[in-house]
Write a new protein. Sequence first.
Length: 127
Amino acid sequence: MSMIINEDEIEAKEMPGRALKWLYTPDMDAAKGFSMNVVKIQPGNTVKPAHSHPNHEEVVFLLSGSGKAYIDGEVFDIRKGSAVLFSPGCIHMLRNSGDEVMEVACFFAPAATFADYVLHEGVTFPD
């Protein structure tokens, strides 16, 4: 079943370092092989805690803003238009080091939920 969803109609879940809206989830009839959310990260904020998805690939695409991506101990510069692939099991997080809101579309395959996140509380973003 095809479906159109507008993020403005979804209530944001406030989480450490970000506001998150799930647009497509595994429990929907429309999306079978993937899930998707959109996060907004305010300037100076870091998505916490570091996390991984052992059985899922995640691609994030920056719709606005700029910052840093932490991937398995390395830090990379990212900006509007960047697409970042997090392979299954890699530990990752994002930081908004710019001066505008970073908006990121996140796609998971196969479809993931919060139950599929493994949290790595002891991992911190290098300064």
